[in-house]
Design a protein around this ligand. Structure first.
Ligand SMILES: Cc1cc2nc3c(=O)[nH]c(=O)nc-3n(C[C@H](O)[C@H](O)[C@H](O)COP(=O)(O)OP(=O)(O)OC[C@H]3O[C@@H](n4cnc5c(N)ncnc54)[C@H](O)[C@@H]3O)c2cc1C
Length: 313
């Protein structure tokens, strides 16, 4: 039996690999491929950000955390590193559900919290260099026997095959006529300087982050809802740098090496469910907001579960 996946971002490729590993025949059909997907712009720090519903995303993010660690430790995927990061918060709050399931998580001492914040925590989590990880996923998919085709569809009804997985990200607005999917624009700056540990304020209105990778540190950010502009804006660059300088006073602007923009595929909640359209079984896997990498393996496993259950109907 063949399964057709629409989309070659992190969701489509990861889902494709999982389905092939289960013994299915899989083809991915997509309009864009790496390095031209939103997934290529992801920073990419493991952290459930800007995505709902938390009871499900907590579980999928933990499954992904464990798989990323396994890929690094057992399959030698070197573009995944473990890094420390500190999240600063305006006030004390309930700890996130996922925090109880990762090996290193602790509340910050008062003297570790920067001025203007009241509370915070530290975690160690995977950081992924997407410029290497996306080609690795594609190559893994091909090695396992998956096939790739280039095409663009106007609606899900046009997609060939009886079993379809819809991993079209923001494209689901058109493909599934789903106006709940909206862009949340993200701009980042790349700098060749290591801050030692990452620093974060993950509230969308004051979003600030310094994500240390082996190649560069990614500075962010913006979370501009409903904004379709994919050009780099000078004002945003300046805002990002001024916010990051508060968190990381040693930041040296002379080390800046680039910037990028991407539109996060946001939805009031991620859509991962079966829909039957003209006798075709369509599993939707889109709307991952700011956490598509963080949720990728957990969501792929959920697609496998849904397919197994629904193939029998
Ligand atoms: C600046 C920025 C920083 C980010 N940082 C992080 C981070 O640190 N951690 C994290 O987990 N996430 C992060 N994200 C979010 C992450 O990038 C997304 O959640 C993720 O990339 C979504 O992946 P996807 O595969 O669902 O969608 P996409 O990568 O957008 O892929 C969608 C695919 O579908 C195809 N497609 C769409 N429409 C059609 C059509 N009609 N016909 C055929 N093909 C179609 C596209 O061509 C593409 O191949 C960040 C995003 C941005 C912009």
């Amino acid at each position: 039996m063949e399964i057709t996946i629409v989309g070659a971002g992190v969701s489509g490729l990861t889902t494709g690999i999982r389905l092939l590993q289960q013994g299915w025949k899989v083809r991915i059909i997509s309009k864009e491929f790496s390095p031209d997907t939103v997934s290529d712009v992801a920073a990419a720090w493991w952290y459930p950000f800007l995505v709902e519903p938390v009871e499900k995303t907590n579980q999928w993010s933990i499954q992904t955390f464990n798989e990323l660690v396994r890929l690094r430790d057992n399959e030698g995927v070197e573009c995944i590193s473990m890094r420390l990061g500190r999240e600063y918060l305006e006030q004390e709050c309930e700890l996130p559900g996922w925090s109880f399931n990762i090996p290193h998580f602790r509340i910050l001492n008062q003297n570790e919290i920067i001025r203007g914040y009241e509370f915070g925590w530290e975690l160690e989590a995977p950081v992924i260099e997407m410029n290497l990880y996306m080609p690795w996923l594609l190559s893994k998919f091909r090695t396992l026997g998956g096939s790739i085709e280039s095409n663009e569809f106007d609606s899900i009804e046009e997609v060939p095959g009886e079993f379809i997985v819809n991993c079209s990200g923001l494209g689901a607005r058109l493909l599934s006529n789903d106006e709940e999917v909206i862009p949340v624009r993200g701009q980042v700056v790349y700098i060749k300087q290591d801050p030692g540990f990452g620093r974060y304020d993950q509230r969308p209105e004051s979003l600030t982050y310094t994500i240390p990778r082996r190649d560069v540190t990614v500075l962010g950010g913006t979370a501009q809802k409903g904004d379709w502009d994919e050009t780099i804006r000078k004002k945003d660059t300046e805002d990002i740098l001024s916010k990051c300088e508060v968190f990381w006073p040693d930041l040296d602007r002379q080390n800046i090496v680039g910037s990028a923009v991407g539109l996060r595929p946001s939805r009031y909640e991620l859509r991962l469910e079966l829909e039957i359209i003209n006798n075709k079984k369509v599993i939707h896997n889109y709307g991952h907001g700011g956490a598509g990498v963080t949720l990728s393996w957990g969501c792929a496993d959920e697609v496998v579960k849904l397919l197994k259950v629904n193939m029998l109907i």
